[in-house]
Design a protein around this ligand. Structure first.
Ligand SMILES: Nc1nc2c(ncn2[C@@H]2O[C@H](COP(=O)(O)OP(=O)(O)OP(=O)(O)O)[C@@H](O)[C@H]2O)c(=O)[nH]1
Length: 609
């Protein structure tokens, strides 16, 4: 008789082997021992397969996977959409309802996984691939408590193994793909380990046990916390060892519960470093605020404080040196002739003195020294004399007509030219002189300007009238005038917004302020001061012209003459507009406002001792 065919299927290789058996041959005695031996065989394979092989393969993967994960922590949210993918796995897992309890844990792990990645344990790395596959679930894990529990059961048993065996290829895939594997895992994974995977459907029962170890794996990852290394390592080892640590399964949970927290704690400490820098900026800010308040406390500073003339001289030193140097260059080994006079005229114009003053100087020099040798010193002396002549007419003291109650002083000028600071300095002078002063914060565009004026009000004990940010400046001026009049104060000083002369709207508002004040007193504002930054060049000339036309400027304050001033422009402004220059600002302190002196300014700018 022909024998029967014995077919052996190999799922892994997808091959079918056929053998023909001779039926005529005598049947050998049944060896029950051999049969029993055969039974366990598959079981052992199944057990062996998951335990050892996966680990070595997984370890290499985790490393690369973790690296990308850490930087991608943020993208996690993006992966969240992967969550929907997870549902796919559940279907396959739905068969095993018991694992449900483990699911929530998985979710937890998912959440912390990202953190763990940062924690980076080489051993934990084995779990990282896991995370990759669970990334999608991990993200949702934070909201874990929601769907995580249900998904977990399905994911736990299959996903772990397949993830390891297949993780290599899929571990780095997107979350969506990661989620997919679980469902396919049972099918594809078997490829290499086919016999073991399929045979043990009953063996899968132990799978739940494996699921526990999976949790353990997850748990350790979060515990990536440096201190608990031993636990992590230990747990990781257990997992690899076969997950027989059913007891460990409980531990992992505990670890899961704690690990995420620890991970969070780690993150918190990381941001702690910022607090350290806090002191730095804090100090800086404080010092700035304290500068003005504390400086007066610093007794030593006032003593060494240079005279205002010295500060102005130093402020003009740069211009003076340049001017002297250029003058010296013109007259080196040369007699005064037309060429030298022309060169000198160019030098003076470049120093912002203006054409008119330059010609005055060259004419004066030519009248007395033409055709003769001229020294630089002689030129500077003549220049000082001529500059003084120009400035003498504008160096006038500020006079307040107190028959007006109050005498209204409107302060205008381009942004940052020193309006508010000058108001504070002036208020100090007036209050020191026994006059009662009120201040109006007419710069309603900047909150800082209002606060700055309030500070000056406190220093000078001058009430400050302010309104809400953005309020109508003209309305504020009107109210301030009335309140000051009712209070019987002597002087009202109104601050205004820094406005660029080319901004017609702002200039219109300035005109409105003047108009409104005139309703209460036709002669108000009685004094319109414009602050001019001495470091400004020729543009200052235009500023004066525009503000004079719009607001009726009738007096100037040249500020910042203690800095790198280009004092020459003051001479040009005086020569052109012939407006009184009441004060000069030589610093940021309350007493750094000096009456303008033509002779001292002229000597300083000419470099004459
Ligand atoms: N060195 C020096 N600095 C000054 C002087 N006057 C004002 N400042 C500084 O210049 C800066 C601007 O001064 P402010 O008074 O705010 O000028 P402002 O015109 O009111 O500015 P806005 O409110 O922006 O229109 C501040 O830092 C002042 O301390 C001065 O005479 N010398």
């Amino acid at each position: 008789m022909a024998g029967f065919l014995k077919k052996i299927f190999s799922f892994g290789k997808k091959e079918v082997v056929e053998e023909r058996i001779d039926e005529t041959a005598p049947l050998p005695p049944i060896k029950w021992d051999a049969l029993e031996a055969l039974k366990p065989a598959p079981v052992e394979e199944a057990e062996a397969a998951p335990a050892i092989p996966p680990e070595p393969e997984i370890q290499p993967e985790p490393a690369p996977v973790e690296e990308p994960e850490t930087p991608v922590e943020e993208p996690a949210p993006d992966e969240i959409p992967a969550a929907p993918v997870i549902p796919e796995s559940p279907p396959g897992l739905e068969e095993i309802p018991e694992p449900a309890p483990t699911q929530p844990e998985i979710v937890h792990t998912a959440g912390p996984s990202s953190e763990r990645d940062a924690a980076p344990h080489p051993p934990a790395g084995t779990f990282s691939p896991y995370r990759d596959g669970e990334k999608g679930a991990d993200r949702p894990a934070e909201p874990p408590f929601e769907s995580g529990k249900e998904e977990a059961p399905t994911l736990t048993p299959p996903s772990p193994r397949p993830s390891r065996g297949e993780g290599k290829g899929e571990g780095q895939r997107g979350p969506a793909q990661d989620a997919a594997p679980p469902a396919e895992a049972p099918l594809t994974a078997p490829g290499p380990e086919a016999p073991a995977a399929e045979i043990p459907p009953p063996i899968r029962q132990p799978a739940p046990i494996e699921a526990k170890p999976i949790l353990a794996e997850i748990a350790p990852e979060p515990e990536a916390v440096p201190p608990p290394h031993p636990r992590l390592d230990g747990e990781g080892g257990r997992e690899a060892a076969g997950w027989g640590d059913s007891a460990g399964a409980s531990h992992p949970r505990a670890s899961l519960g704690t690990s995420p927290i620890e991970a969070e704690v780690k993150r918190e400490p990381v941001p702690q470093p910022p607090p350290e820098p806090k002191p730095a900026p804090g100090k800086v800010t404080v010092t700035k605020k304290v500068e003005q308040r504390a400086e007066p406390q610093k007794a030593p500073e006032p003593a060494p404080k240079r005279s205002w003339f010295q500060r102005m001289k130093e402020g003009l030193a740069r211009s003076s040196r340049e001017l002297s140097g250029n003058i010296a260059g013109v007259f080196t080994k040369r007699k005064l002739d037309e060429d030298t006079l022309q060169d000198l005229e160019d030098v003076l114009i470049r120093a912002d003195l203006g054409m008119e003053t330059a010609l005055r100087i060259t004419d004066s020099l030519a009248a007395s020294r033409y055709g003769k040798d001229v020294s630089e010193t002689e030129v500077r002396a003549i220049m000082a004399a001529e500059v003084e002549k120009v400035l003498t007419h504008v160096a006038l003291p500020l006079e307040l007509d107190l028959s007006h109650k109050p005498h209204v002083i409107l302060v205008v000028g381009v942004n940052g030219t020193g309006k508010t600071t000058t108001i504070g300095k002036l208020a100090a002078k007036l209050t020191d002189g026994g006059l009662s002063v009120m201040l109006a914060a007419g710069d309603t565009f900047r909150a800082a300007a209002i606060e700055q004026l309030k500070i000056w009000g406190e220093r000078t004990k001058s009430p400050v009238i302010a309104s809400k940010l953005g309020a109508d400046a003209a309305g504020l001026a009107y109210d301030a005038f009335e309140q000051t009049r009712q209070a019987g104060s002597d002087v009202l000083i109104i601050d205004t917004a820094g406005r660029l002369q080319n901004k017609t709207e702002l200039m219109a508002e300035l005109e409105k302020i003047v108009r409104v004040l005139g309703k209460l007193d036709p002669e108000a504002p009685h004094t319109v001061l414009q602050t001019v930054d001495a470091t400004t060049g020729q543009n200052a000339l235009n500023q004066v012209e525009i503000f004079r036309n719009v607001a009726g400027v009738n007096g100037l304050v040249m500020t910042k003459l203690d800095g790198t001033a280009r004092g020459g422009i003051l001479v040009a402004i005086a020569a052109k507009h012939k407006l009184p220059v009441y004060f000069i600002g030589v610093g940021e302190q309350v007493d750094d406002l000096e009456p303008f002196s033509a002779s001292e300014f002229a000597r300083a700018i000419a470099g004459v001792a």
